[in-house]
Write a protein that binds this ligand. Structure first.
Ligand SMILES: Cc1cc2nc3c(=O)[nH]c(=O)nc-3n(C[C@H](O)[C@H](O)[C@H](O)COP(=O)(O)O)c2cc1C
Length: 455
């Protein structure tokens, strides 16, 4: 008996406003085809402010024109520092995320609006109020990316240093989210509100919740941690996972691992969408795109960035080394002062050995080695090849869609929307119009556990 072919999965897309990552470049690479000709490009250059509202608005409007599910803001609660100095390519002065999203609600109609907010350095009552408010103001388009940063470095901005044991970051996040949901559910539509009386290990919340039931009931919840505890938290409580596993093989493993955790929580595979953060470079030919991609990587890894990266592996000051020269002969000091970037490297000696071997084999300088070892763009090619690869990726269960991270602000998504989106539509794997008004409906997510009563 022949089996029914599985219907082709629809691709979900989101737009990451650059800035809180290593993707942003500060100059348009020569002959960059990143703007589309026409009215929009004439009014908005590909490259503009990282902090002006007009830039947020431009990216959001582009994403909405491309019928994206949501716009996404990452957030760090402390600027990255190295030897007491801010990283040379980082963005200074960016406004706070939820404020930006509320402003974007007024200039967009259907696009979901997702903000990253820490469960470590906030309180559930206040955050539940703020996300319910965004959900109201946007007509049901709010999403919260629950992050669990617990390092003492960030904590110094909150008078608490490393107050939370790393091991407790997800017990706090789980209780935080459960408490927020108790608050949202305490005001069922059309019914009297209930008092909340939550007494848990991390939080005590008593009284009435101040904001009416919001259009989505519960804003969409995104999760972005990768440890086994993080994956379990996602399976138990999130609607979307934002992951770094953007390669085909690693993506498939991650996808299968997270989805297999769902039944234990009474959830179906479609209830949780897996969306890797990915980058892309488009060209009229593959060769042109590859050339562009190499130029962008050189801009992303400045000489200073190369040395900072190296110092975080070696743990010691390497400022006397030439970024265009060979790697240090000295071995890393795992307990060195500088061995504490945002991500601690488990085995610096192994990393150093690998990098030195690569540099010797290919004759690479420090900067070239860092370029080679710290990631490349996820999708490089013509609009046709990129659309095909993305489709294969999703149909092959390596993802349910993508959070696109452009390298240029604010015009970095223009060419994707103009050139790739129509090809995805032609393939029948991408919407040709929004059919619902809420982010939950764009993502095909079930109503929250206690649905809004339609009376
Ligand atoms: C793709 C991705 C994006 C993230 N974005 C942010 C962010 O914008 N702000 C933040 O404070 N933490 C961010 N995080 C950190 C995670 O929320 C989490 O705190 C961290 O990964 C530690 O959890 P884990 O051990 O489960 O990975 C991100 C993590 C991942 C994997």
């Amino acid at each position: 008996m022949s089996q029914e072919p599985r219907p082709r999965k629809q691709i979900h897309l989101a737009a990451h406003f650059p800035g809180v990552n290593n993707t942003t470049v500060w100059a348009v690479p020569p002959a960059s085809p990143t703007t589309t000709p026409g009215r929009d490009a004439a009014r908005h250059p590909a490259l503009g402010s990282q902090i002006d509202f007009s830039s947020f608005e431009h990216l959001a409007r582009t994403a909405e024109r491309g019928l994206f599910d949501f716009f996404f803001l990452a957030e760090g609660l402390r600027l990255r520092e190295h030897k007491g100095r801010i990283h040379d390519l980082d963005v200074l002065g960016r406004p706070e995320s939820l404020t930006v999203l509320n402003a974007l609600a007024a200039v967009t109609e259907r696009l979901g609006l997702a903000g990253t907010v820490s469960a470590t350095f906030n309180e559930p009552y206040e955050l539940a109020r703020r996300f319910a408010s965004l959900d109201h103001l946007s007509g049901g388009r709010a999403a919260w990316n629950v992050v669990t940063t617990s390092d003492a470095f960030t904590g110094e901005n909150f008078r608490r240093g490393g107050f939370l044991d790393r091991a407790d970051r997800y017990t706090r996040a789980a209780e935080f989210l459960a408490t927020a949901r108790e608050l949202w559910d305490s005001r069922p539509a059309g019914e009297p509100s209930r008092r909340v009386d939550h007494r848990g290990r991390h939080f005590t919340v008593r009284g009435e919740f101040g904001v009416a039931r919001s259009p989505q009931g519960h804003p969409v919840v995104i999760q972005a941690g990768d440890s086994p505890e993080g994956r379990e938290f996602a399976a138990s409580a999130a609607d979307v996972v934002f992951t770094r596993h953007g390669g085909l093989a690693a993506g498939r493993d991650f996808y299968a691992d997270v989805k297999r955790r769902l039944p234990a929580y009474g959830r179906r595979p479609a209830d949780l969408k897996i969306m890797p953060g990915v980058t892309f470079v488009l060209g009229d030919t593959l060769a042109e795109a590859q050339e562009q991609a190499a130029e962008i990587r050189r801009q992303q890894v400045s000489p200073q960035t190369a040395l900072v990266t190296l110092e975080q592996v070696w743990g010691v000051d390497l400022s006397s080394y030439d970024p265009d020269g060979p790697l240090p002969d000295i071995d890393p000091d795992p307990d060195g002062e500088l061995a504490r970037g945002r991500v601690r490297i488990a085995d610096p000696q192994a990393v150093a050995d690998k990098w030195r071997a690569l540099s010797r084999a290919k004759g690479l300088s420090i900067r070239e080695t860092v370029i080679e070892t710290t990631g490349r763009q996820s999708f490089i090619g013509t609009p046709e090849s990129v659309a095909r690869e993305m489709d294969d990726f999703v149909q092959g269960d390596a993802a349910d869609g993508f959070i696109l991270v452009p390298h240029l602000t604010p015009g970095g998504l223009d060419s994707f929307v103009a050139r790739v989106v129509p090809l995805l539509q032609e393939r029948g794997v991408y919407r040709t119009e929004y059919t619902g008004t809420t982010l939950r409906s764009h993502l095909g997510l079930p109503d929250p556990a206690r649905p809004v009563r339609k009376d």
